[in-house]
Design a protein around this ligand. Sequence first.
Ligand code: AMP
Ligand code: GLY
Length: 429
Amino acid sequence: MKVLVVGGGGREHALCWSIAASPLCDKLYCAPGNAGIAREAECVPIGAENIEGLVAFASDNAIDFVVVGPEAPLVMGLADELRTAGIKTFGPSAAAAQIEGSKAYMKDLLTKSGVPTAAYGRFTDIAAAKAYITEQGAPIVVKTDGLAAGKGVILCDTVAEAHAAVDSMMTDKTFGDAGNEIVIEEFLDGEEASFFALVDGTNALPLISAQDHKAVGDGDTGPNTGGMGAYSPAPVMTDALTDEVMEKIIAPTVKTMADMGTPYVGVLFAGLMISKAGIKILEYNVRFGDPECQVLMRRLKSDILPALIAAADGQLDRFNLRWHDDAAMIVVMAANGYPGAYEKGSEIKGVDAAENQDEVVVFHAGTKADGDKLTASGGRVLGVTAMGASVTEAQANAYKAVEAVEWPGGFCRRDIGWRAVDRETKASP
Ligand code: AMP
Ligand code: GLY
């Protein structure tokens, strides 16, 4: 069959890498792709948010199946348009994608489903928002309702900071229309984990656990990024917790969405906060995490394509996936300056040398082929992945591969996986 993957980041490179290995896939396209994806797929220069262009390409080229990577085109209705054109698609409708597209919608849906989440209020009025903050006290979290490229969440230590966050979102419109409505919520303390399930409208199939590091600096310090690294398994996610998340969080959400007439089809990504007091959901995303997807694909033993098709066909019941026991780690290499202003165009060498090491795969995010040269074209640029019998071993292998990459224009964190490594160190006498 002919498959089209939409997107051009590290997540899409990992998806293309897995799908290209499927015996069911005769021809793989990726729009727009990147220099690394070009190894696995034919890249077509259509932007991931060019809905009309993507639907026309899929129709004209008799694409059998489309896998949508990022959230923005889903929120814009790409999956609906493709299905209307008769093309099977992995990804939720625009209505279902509101679970990521609108935090207010998501929070109301969680409440309606009885899913444990932080207490919250939603506001379109500045004075009412500030009064709520004063009443609740700090620490407190202020969020834009709409998508703000992962930046519309401000954790505030004081009431004054939270009031300033409201002004920035609602008066100064720092995040544009995303801040027309805001959500203010209780600050949750604990350890975060990323939870993924494939969903076919009624049935949900949990994937393995992963954990990412959002802060840019070692020790989880500095501003938040899309993710500077990740690993799987996440030791914090025990089998018992997985069962609890499926029962108390995923299943009621999927049921409520089906009952509302907006069934969810695609991958449901729950950002969890795990504390002694129990497990709560911070947010839903309608896509695989990036860079979590890269470690999931490294650990997946089964063919991914039939699983994605089963989700699109409503046939996930009794479907199972097999995973490698080995742990996987990804270390993200980003352009100097990221997540602030960064330079584009610096040359990267040594990727082949890194990949010549045992069980190392380098996924590309913001890269461009410039003649024979590979150059950086984005903030997050490479994802160096490695395997190991433990997270500790996977970490050692990943950093050995990072050493082989020669890129003065980039940097990476040096401590990806520290929580899991600490746990493993304590567990072994
Ligand atoms: P979100 O986009 O809603 O997942 O928020 C981004 C990040 O902000 C999360 O991954 C958490 O690290 C943090 N965060 C969001 N909401 C809360 C909360 N209620 N309490 C503590 N941290 C939060
Ligand atoms: N790594 C977190 C995310 O993709 O949102």
